[in-house]
Design a protein around this ligand. Structure first.
Ligand SMILES: Cc1cc2nc3c(=O)[nH]c(=O)nc-3n(C[C@H](O)[C@H](O)[C@H](O)COP(=O)(O)OP(=O)(O)OC[C@H]3O[C@@H](n4cnc5c(N)ncnc54)[C@H](O)[C@@H]3O)c2cc1C
Length: 478
C-alpha cells in the first residue's frame, strides 16, 4: 500500500488533524473521515507497514485484551475486522465460557455468555485497525513528525493547526519545522499528552488532574506450548485481590503462541530472570500457569513495564476551552491496565465523537467532554477506582459509597465461583457490555447475597508467596 503524501497547507475543503496514530487516534480518524474532507494522522513513529512493536507504543509488548464491548464497537467501525483477525491466526472463544477466571483464589463458574473474545497481540491488532483506516480514501498518515505545539488564531480562542518537527532530514532543503493547518485538532498522543501544558500557556488555566498511585509492575513472556494445558479453554486469569495482590493473564494468542503477562502492585513486582519468574508463577493463587510453563518453550526474554499511577484529566470541569481542539484516549484517562479498559474506552470515545460531528457544525468541546465523561469514562473509572482502593496500601479516600461497593464486589466475586448466573452477570459488566449498575438489579443482588452473604476472611496460605506485601497478611473481608 502506498503512503499518500501529506499536504501542509490547507487550500480547500475541511481538514481534521489527529495527533498520535495508535488505537485512539485510529478510531478517532475513522469517524472524523465521515465529517471532514481530509483527515491527517500525525505520529513521531513510522506506522504504515509496521508489523511489530514500535517505540511510541511500548505497552505493545504486553497483554492486549480487548473487551467484548470494544470489539463490538470496532466491528461497527470496521465491519468484518473480527473475521480478519481470526483469519490472521487469532484464536477465539467465549469470554466467560472459555476463560478460566480465578477470583479470590477460587475458580469461577464458566457459563457460556455469548461474548466473543479474540485475543490478539497488541501489534497485530493495531496493524489490522491501521490497515483498515488506511483504506479510507481521505485519511493520510504524516509519519516521523514530533508534535511541538498548537497554532491558534489571534487571542488564542481557536486552534487553527499544529507545529510539527520532521524527524527525518528534509531532503528538499525545507525547514524541519512545519505547520499543518486544521479545522479540528484531536489529541491522541496518550499518557504523555501536552494539551494540559498548552492550555495553560494559552491562558486557560491548568486542567484538574486525578492520579492514583498503584505501583503496578508487569512482566510479559511468550511461549510455544508443548502440551495444551487449557483443556479447550482460551485463557487462565487469576485476578489479584487484597490477600494476594498478584495476578496474571495467560492466553492463547496469534501465531499459535501463548502470551503471559503477570503483575503485582505497590512495588511487589515480578522478576525478569527466568528462574525468578517461574518462582513467582508458583505463588499465584492457582497452580495452572506454573504447571503449564513447565511444558512450554519460551520464545523471548521476559520484559518488564512499570505503571506507577492511573491518571485522568478532567477536561469536562474546565470553564473555558479553545474551539477546534478535542482530546481522546489515554490522553484523557489512563486506566489501570490490569482491567483492560483502555482500548474499549477509546472505541466508545469514537462513537461519542461521531455524535458531536453529526450536526455538521464544529463540535463544541465542553459538550463533547461532558458527554465523554458521563457516558464513557465515569462508569469504568469509578468501578476500577473502587477495586484499586480495596488494596489497603493504595492511598485515597474511601467514602461509604466506595466501601459499600467493595463489600458488594467481594461478594459478587465469591458468588461467581458458586453460581453461573452471577458469573455471567459479572462477566457482562467486566466486558463493559453492561454498565456496572447492572449488578445492582434485584435478581442479581438476591443471588449474590444467597451465595455469598458472608465473605470468608482470607489468609494467604501459599507458602511460596513470600513477598513482603503478600506474605503473612491476614485480611478481613470487607
Ligand atoms: C502495560 C499496559 C498494558 C495495557 N493493556 C491493555 C489491555 O490489555 N487492554 C486494553 O484495552 N488496554 C490496555 N492498555 C491501554 C491501551 O494500550 C491504551 O488505552 C490504548 O492503546 C489507547 O492508547 P492511545 O491511543 O490513547 O495512546 P498510545 O497508545 O499511548 O499512543 C500514543 C501515540 O501518540 C504518538 N505520540 C506521542 N507523543 C507524540 C508527539 N509529541 N508527536 C508525535 N506523536 C506522538 C505515539 O507514537 C503513539 O503512537 C494497556 C496499557 C499499558 C501501559
Amino acid at each position: 500500500m502506498t503512503v499518500k503524501q501529506a499536504a501542509t497547507t490547507h487550500e480547500s475543503g475541511t481538514r481534521a488533524v489527529v495527533l498520535g496514530g495508535s488505537i485512539a487516534g485510529l478510531f478517532a480518524a475513522r469517524v472524523l473521515s465521515e465529517a471532514y474532507d481530509e483527515v491527517q494522522i500525525v505520529d513521531r513513529d513510522r506506522l504504515v507497514g509496521v508489523a511489530g512493536t514500535r517505540r511510541g507504543r511500548p505497552q505493545g509488548k504486553h497483554i492486549n485484551a480487548m473487551h467484548c464491548r470494544g470489539r463490538l464497537v470496532m466491528e461497527e467501525l470496521y465491519p468484518g475486522i473480527t473475521d480478519e483477525l481470526i483469519a490472521d491466526g487469532c484464536p477465539s472463544g467465549d469470554m466467560a465460557g472459555s476463560v478460566r477466571w480465578y477470583f479470590r483464589g477460587k475458580r469461577a463458574k464458566q457459563p457460556h455468555v455469548g461474548l466473543l473474545a479474540v485475543p490478539a497481540t497488541a501489534p497485530l491488532m493495531e496493524q489490522h485497525i491501521r490497515e483498515r483506516t488506511q483504506q479510507l480514501p481521505n485519511v493520510t498518515f504524516v509519519e516521523r513528525r514530533d508534535v511541538l505545539g498548537l497554532v491558534t488564531a489571534p487571542g488564542g480562542g481557536k486552534v487553527t493547526g499544529v507545529r510539527v518537527h520532521r524527524l527525518d532530514d528534509p531532503q528538499d532543503g525545507a525547514s524541519a519545522e512545519e505547520v499543518i493547518d486544521a479545522d479540528l485538532v484531536v489529541d491522541a498522543t496518550g499518557r504523555g499528552s501536552r494539551t494540559p501544558v498548552w492550555l495553560e500557556e494559552l491562558g486557560y488555566g491548568r486542567v484538574e488532574e486525578e492520579r492514583k498511585k498503584i505501583g503496578l509492575g508487569y512482566v510479559t513472556q511468550h511461549y510455544r506450548m508443548k502440551k495444551d494445558p487449557y483443556h479447550g479453554d482460551l485463557a487462565i486469569i487469576p485476578v489479584a485481590w487484597p490477600a494476594l495482590p498478584r495476578g496474571a493473564i495467560f492466553t492463547k494468542t496469534d501465531g499459535g503462541r501463548t502470551e503471559l503477562t503477570t503483575y503485582g502492585i505497590l512495588g511487589d513486582h515480578p522478576p525478569t530472570d527466568q528462574a525468578g519468574l517461574y518462582g513467582w508463577l508458583k505463588t499465584l493463587p492457582c497452580p495452572d500457569i506454573y504447571e503449564a510453563v513447565q511444558n512450554a518453550e519460551p520464545l523471548d526474554e521476559p520484559v518488564a513495564f512499570r505503571f506507577p499511577t492511573t491518571v485522568r484529566q478532567r477536561y469536562e470541569r474546565m470553564s473555558r476551552f479553545p474551539e477546534g481542539l478535542l482530546v481522546v484516549g489515554d490522553a484523557v484517562a489512563c486506566f489501570n491496565p490490569v482491567y483492560a479498559q483502555g482500548m474499549t474506552v477509546a472505541a466508545m470515545t469514537a462513537l461519542t465523537l461521531r455524535e458531536h460531528l453529526h450536526s455538521g457544525a464544529a463540535p463544541v468541546p465542553q459538550d463533547y467532554f461532558r458527554d465523554l465523561a458521563r457516558d464513557v469514562i465515569d462508569p469504568p473509572w469509578e468501578m476500577t477506582n473502587t477495586v484499586d482502593l480495596s488494596f489497603p496500601g493504595v492511598q485515597g479516600e474511601r467514602p461509604l459509597k466506595v466501601r459499600l461497593g467493595q463489600a458488594y464486589l467481594a461478594r459478587v466475586q465469591v458468588a461467581a465461583t458458586k453460581d453461573a448466573k452471577v458469573a455471567a452477570a459479572y462477566m457482562r459488566c467486566a466486558g463493559m457490555v453492561d454498565r456496572p449498575d447492572a449488578l445492582m438489579k434485584p435478581k442479581v443482588v438476591l443471588r449474590v447475597l444467597r451465595k455469598a452473604w458472608r465473605v470468608p476472611a482470607t489468609t494467604v496460605t501459599n507458602p511460596a508467596a513470600t513477598a513482603p506485601r503478600a506474605a503473612d497478611r491476614h485480611v478481613r473481608a470487607t
